[in-house]
Design a protein around this ligand. Structure first.
Ligand SMILES: O=P([O-])(O)O[C@H]1O[C@H](COP(=O)(O)O)[C@@H](O)[C@H](O)[C@H]1O
Ligand SMILES: [Mg+2]
Length: 586
């Protein structure tokens, strides 16, 4: 699952790793029981022990259970030990600044959060742990707010319920880029997970190494959220007549999104009752992912009963946001992450331009697999667009660079995977910010007697019909990882000459950082860091990208195209996807 090209080899065989665990007399009962099951199932045991969990697109993520390739107290302790050793080296001041820790609604999330605090405490490192579950963006905000040295978020985001994960943040509040997370991984791999020292929670408290945080931070964060609203007169006046349905999909979102919407002027927020309580079983959804239509269906049902303007759903750690908007027919239309970003960016830039507040050095940042729709909108306002690798950490890294150099003003960041950021007091995608801004966008159109969908159609007419799609193939386990590697090799070594009948004119291979112009064979160096991603540009401006996911056992294909009519764009999209399928099958 390592997103990066060079995979670090674990030197021990799975059988050897398994034997180490089997010899432990002190495993917790649930892990012990699982070891007994694994004794009967070589394939499952191999998967749990063949490699250590590694840091991918968004930290460490894996299935919960026994093994070095699983999320459990030992792998959490081991990763945290790596961070603790780094902080030891940086000295007393850094250790006193400490680490903020939050967690979502998954099984074991709270337990893992306290395990991390116990490891850090054993090194004399101060920790701040939330009194109850809190969203990823609030964790990012809090690292900055408390001037902490680092942050840890225990979550597997939108993954299936069997997963958990560990996102790690630097002092800027952004997820650590590989250069830093590699130091932690390397150092943690040199430690024996079973002998990592831990301090008891009682001792942590007694030695003032643990502070439980909560409502004061919520208040500070909600104050910061007020700055997201561009036109308070609009949100207060129109917001009063709007109804919004909101679902946290059994995660962390509701506690802050409710008050955030209210303070912005949206008085009628209906929480989806069956989904509002935190629950690690995510009982009402197939996947707690706002990318999936099924996850929004309960919200849409409620919206139909109450005639709501907008349905908003966020993932369990409340960094992603999906929406559905009411049509004049009474039906609800789902928007894609790219479309949500386009309407929000358009509103933001229009409003800033109208108020004569558009900075001359404004910048928008998106990932290389996100739509060019936003690029066209940014261009229209003479705002520079920056492209980075997949992973919001790279957007956060850009924001920090803008700030350090003072050369650009960050205006907006997004990824097609339903992640957006408006204000840089958070340094990760922030669904609370996005929820407040999206509600304002809906108010803006409602004031004109329109819906967001109408607004989107107008943007299509102005900029062209941009359509995008993602296709993901899941291959699990050791064999699956090999299949994914083989497919990547196939696309890399046997580059298709055309997709959907349109010639490939340029190939970008981010693994060797080369861009090749097909007609001439001329190569240029790409400026982005190495990553296992291929991107093909077609003669008409359409593009195809392929990469292994860094959060799930999947290979992902992304397609972006543009047509003069919706039908033309859809037809080209389908043709391109057909070529991808042919190439997979060939
Ligand atoms: O899972 P989240 O919401 O934290 O989101 C994470 O995963 C997404 C998908 O990554 P991949 O395609 O590698 O699976 C990334 O776009 C995002 O930057 C990252 O924070
Ligand atoms: Mg998430």
């Amino acid at each position: 699952m390592d997103e990066r090209y060079a995979k670090k080899e674990n030197v021990m065989t799975w059988q050897e790793n398994y034997a180490v665990w089997q010899a432990r007399p002190d495993l917790p009962a649930d892990l012990q029981a699982e070891m007994e099951t694994l004794a009967q199932d070589d394939q499952a045991a191999e998967d749990a022990f063949y490699q250590p969990l590694s840091f991918g697109t968004a930290g460490m993520r894996g299935i919960m259970g026994a093994g070095i390739n699983r999320m459990n107290i030992y792998t959490v302790r081991q990763a945290t030990e790596g961070l603790a050793r780094l902080m030891d080296k940086r000295g007393a001041k850094v250790k006193a600044r400490g680490v903020v820790i939050s967690y979502d609604s998954r099984h074991h999330s709270q337990e893992f959060a306290f395990e991390a605090a116990r490891v850090l405490g054993a090194h004399g490192i101060k920790t701040y742990v939330f009194e109850s579950l809190r969203p990823t963006p609030e964790l990012s905000f809090t690292v900055r707010y408390l001037h902490a040295f680092a942050g840890i978020m225990i979550t597997a985001s939108h993954n299936p319920k069997a997963y958990n994960g560990y996102k790690i943040y630097g002092e800027d509040g952004g997820q650590m880029p590989p250069a830093e997370s590699d130091i932690i991984t390397n150092s943690s791999r040199q430690t024996d997970a079973f002998v990592v020292p831990v301090m008891s929670v009682a001792d942590l408290k007694e030695q003032d190494l643990l502070t439980i945080i909560g409502q004061d931070i919520d208040k500070a964060y909600l104050d910061a959220i007020k700055t997201v609203t561009i036109n308070p007169t609009l949100t207060e006046q129109v917001g009063a007549d709007m109804t919004l349905v909101y679902s946290p999909l059994h995660g962390t979102g509701a506690q802050l999104a409710g008050p955030a919407l209210k303070q912005a002027g949206f008085q009628h927020v209906q929480m989806v009752p069956e989904q509002v309580e935190p629950d690690g079983d995510f009982p009402t959804v197939e996947l707690p992912n706002p990318e999936s239509a099924q996850a929004l269906s309960m919200g849409i049902d409620l919206a139909k009963q109450t005639d709501a303007d907008v349905v908003i759903a966020v993932d369990p750690d409340a960094d992603r946001m999906g929406v559905a908007v009411r049509q004049p027919s009474g039906d609800y239309q789902l928007l894609t992450g790219n479309q949500i970003a386009a309407v929000m960016l358009n509103y933001l830039l229009t409003a800033l331009a109208d108020a004569d507040n558009l900075p001359a050095n404004g910048a928008v940042v998106k990932s290389i697999v996100s739509s060019e729709f936003a690029t066209a909108i940014a261009e229209h306002y003479d705002v520079e667009m920056f492209n980075v690798l997949t992973g919001f950490k790279y957007i956060a890294e850009k924001i920090q660079r803008f700030e350090d150099k003072g050369d650009h003003t960050f205006l907006f960041g997004f990824e097609e995977s339903y992640g957006y950021l408006v204000k840089s007091f958070t340094r990760d995608k922030d669904s609370i910010q996005a929820t407040v801004l999206f509600a304002e966008v809906a108010a803006y159109y409602k004031a004109q007697g329109k819906t967001v969908y109408d607004g989107l159609q107008a943007l299509f007419e102005q900029y062209g019909y941009f359509v995008e799609d993602t296709k993901a193939l899941t291959f699990t386990g050791v064999d699956g990882a090999e299949k994914i590697a083989n497919l990547m090799a196939k696309f890399r070594d046997e580059t298709p000459v055309a997709f959907g009948g349109v010639d490939v004119v340029k190939v970008e291979d981010f693994a060797n950082q080369k861009e090749t112009t097909v007609a001439t064979g001329v190569q240029h160096k790409l400026s982005l860091p190495k990553a296992n991603v291929l991107k093909y540009w077609l003669a008409d401006g359409s593009w195809v990208a392929v990469r292994p996911s860094g959060t799930e056992p999947k290979i992902k294909f992304y397609v972006g195209t543009k047509g003069n009519t919706p039908e033309a764009a859809q037809a080209e999209l389908a043709a391109i996807k057909a070529t991808i399928q042919e190439h997979i099958d060939a």
